[in-house]
Design a protein around this ligand. Structure first.
Ligand code: BYC
Length: 482
């Protein structure tokens, strides 16, 4: 039996779940494997599949030394099934089953609910790879290209994580769902991915950094909520996924930070101190700050939609069932049952946005969304430090939660970034100053010229302070010449 911290690399599928002794699941996964590789070749990073990339691969699940770095061709990456070590005697921490032993198998009455959660989570992982598949060609440096590919292979592994749970615990339904996860496509008319933001295009690197900053952070919050699950295999799976997820948000946060830094430097060198002098700033070959704000507005609002409706019986049921907890549930000090508790939620009442106390159980999506907003604002504060240091007064900010929504209370109305309601006509007039316009997007895309020589960086982004795995600035992260 595996000891739960070392990974068995002998078979086709690296794992710490004892696959060598679990013939049924091993066969199911080995049968699914060729379809996955076909999907990766068709829908994974375009143009770089045969290049050697300096990637980290998980080799253990302990807290130290869990990954090793080395050159790998992406289709040969060792995707595997890795669960965080089991916690002895773990109990369900919330809901109607609080205090009972955590489930090692699927509780029959919650089968459908659990399957739906796994499928939604699983669906987002390949979706993001599909969304990002064209970006390699315009990478602003080898460092960034390598980070993109790292994020992509790990999203691929996160798909494996959900597919393992489906194959192991859901029999034939699980196998069918696993096939469907390879069949849907981001943005496809007939067979789209399940959640809205995962069908949007990621046409440029600014979008990629904003996506990893905001949307991967939804991933972090959702995984953190699922890591609390009373279904122990899901909890252990998500705990390990969170270890990898941290790098994805690092990529987003530092990506935007480096863009802000480069813009500030270029403005200073050119003696421009008005950030709204967009044309002059753009002429320097850097991204103007108002455009950065508009992109942040877009990605923040798209990501808020991923938290579902403000009032949700699905969320209440999943919590009651002990399947999906709150962010850091185990650190919270209330009764973890929430019957009779309330939570304040922003709602639309008589054409106004009002705070209203609602039953806490039905407001769990909002609670997670509020935790997300706090987490994201800490990142925005770090971006703003760059502006402060540069002596500029401009600050980036998060728009109001009612801005540009397609799911929930505010889908029916228009609001500006301060939460003031706008008429249809006012929205039409102001939209271009709040969200990226076609001209803004065109400008950003015009900057996306590849910088492929080791140590080279595109004009619009500063180099990172430190290389991946402490490598020097001119390290060849991707062997571009085959
Ligand atoms: N788009 O009761 P409600 C990540 C549907 S990201 C389309 O509010 P619930 C990653 C909803 O399905 C994290 N439909 O829903 C990031 C429901 O339909 P049914 C992904 C939507 O269940 C970057 C109906 O509306 N993981 O990992 O409370 C790169 C009623 O809604 C949407 C998860 O999301 C939408 N946005 O909340 C790579 C965790 N929103 O069932 C990866 C698992 C709602 O009535 N998912 N609907 O027909 C969940 O926990 C929940 O399903 C949701 C929705 C939070 C998504």
């Amino acid at each position: 039996m595996p000891d739960g911290t070392t990974v068995d690399y002998d078979g086709l599928i690296p794992n710490n779940v004892g696959l060598s002794d679990d013939l049924r699941v091993r066969r199911a996964l080995e049968t699914w494997h060729p379809g996955y590789i076909d999907w990766w070749r068709q829908m994974g990073p375009e143009g770089f599949q045969e290049r050697l990339v300096y990637l980290r691969t998980a080799v253990g699940v302990g807290s130290e030394g869990w990954a090793k770095f080395g050159f790998v061709r992406m289709p040969e990456y060792r995707w595997g099934v890795l669960l965080a070590p089991a916690v002895e005697d773990r109990k369900i921490g919330f809901g109607a089953h609080k205090g009972e032993p955590a489930w090692q198998d699927v509780p029959g009455e919650y089968r459908a609910m659990l399957r739906r959660l796994l499928v939604i989570q699983g669906d987002t992982e390949p979706a993001s790879v599909e969304q990002q598949r064209h970006l390699g060609a315009t990478a602003p440096s080898q460092y960034d290209m390598r980070n993109l590919f790292q994020v992509n292979v790990e999203e691929g592994r996160h798909l494996w994580a959900m597919v393992y749970l489906l194959q192991k615990y859901f029999g034939r339904d699980g196998r069918e769902e696993a096939e469907e996860l390879l069949r849907r496509r981001s943005g496809d008319q007939d067979s789209p991915r399940m959640l809205g933001a995962f069908n949007e295009a990621t046409p440029d690197w600014l979008s990629f950094f904003m996506f990893t900053f905001f949307t991967d952070r939804d991933g972090k919050m959702q995984l953190a909520a699922l890591a609390q699950s009373g279904f122990d295999p899901l909890s252990r799976t998500c705990r390990f996924m969170l270890t990898e997820e941290a790098h994805h948000m690092f990529v987003g946060e530092t990506g935007v930070q480096r863009i802000v830094q480069r813009t500030c430097e270029a403005m200073r060198d050119a003696g421009i101190d008005d950030p709204t002098d967009v044309e002059r700033v753009r002429a320097l070959g850097v991204i103007d700050l108002p455009t950065l704000q508009k992109k942040a507005n877009l990605h923040f609002s798209l990501t808020l939609d991923l938290f579902g409706n403000e009032i949700s019986t699905n969320a209440a049921n999943a919590f009651n069932a002990g399947l999906k907890g709150r962010f850091r549930e185990d650190k919270l000090t209330d009764d973890h049952v929430l019957v009779g508790a309330t939570y304040p939620v922003l709602r639309l009442r008589d054409g106004m946005i009002m705070r209203e106390d609602v039953p806490a159980l039905s407001a769990l999506n909002m609670r997670l969304r509020d935790d997300f907003v706090d987490d994201a604002s800490a990142g925005v504060t770090r971006w703003n430090r760059v502006l402060e240091r540069a002596g500029l007064e401009f600050r980036l900010r998060l728009p109001h939660v009612a801005f540009n929504r397609r799911i929930g209370e505010f889908a029916a109305i228009h609001a500006d970034v301060d939460g003031n309601l706008l008429s249809e006509e006012q929205w039409r007039t102001r939209q271009g100053s709040l969200l990226p316009s076609a001209a803004d997007n065109e400008f950003v895309i015009s900057l996306m010229q590849p910088a492929q020589a080791p140590g080279a960086f595109a004009s619009w982004i500063a180099p990172p302070r430190i290389g991946i795995d402490n490598k020097p600035g001119n390290f060849e992260y991707v062997k571009i010449e085959a």
